[in-house]
Design a binder for this molecule. Structure first.
Ligand SMILES: [Zn+2]
Length: 127
């Protein structure tokens, strides 16, 4: 049985640019998104930037969305990486779709979550 989602992910992966090549992007509040990082859901290791490919869009001046696939060479797996980053006050918050709803994480909460089980992480740096 062919896993259609995996085939589509692999097809996209070879065709799309790295997220890295589409950054940095500055949100309307001046917050600069420099990198979007992911960790393998199986081995938890951080994936190199050049192994994360997809699209970064700015649908609103305050919102960056990313939709990508990442490859872990060690586990031979490909996994989705998507979400949005929204300007909030002088910083930004990351939001992730869970059961059709956007779930919010503060930067610190995101890092804590990452230590537990999260398979993706976004790093923020200020100018
Ligand atoms: Zn892995």
């Amino acid at each position: 049985m062919v896993d259609k989602r995996r085939v589509l992910a692999e097809f996209r992966y070879y065709d799309e640019p790295t997220l890295d090549s589409q950054l940095p992007i500055t949100l309307s509040n001046g917050f600069v998104v420099v990198a979007i990082n992911g960790a393998c859901p199986l081995c938890k290791k951080e994936i190199a930037q050049y192994k994360i490919k997809g699209t970064v869009t700015l649908p609103l001046p305050t919102v960056l969305t990313f939709d990508a696939n990442a490859v872990c060479d060690e586990c031979k797996c490909i996994f989705p990486l998507y979400g949005r980053i929204r300007a909030k006050n002088k910083t930004a918050q990351i939001e992730r779709l869970e059961n059709g709803r956007w779930v919010f994480y503060s930067h610190n909460a995101l890092v804590d979550k990452f230590k537990l089980s999260l398979n993706w992480l976004t790093r923020f740096f200020k100018d």
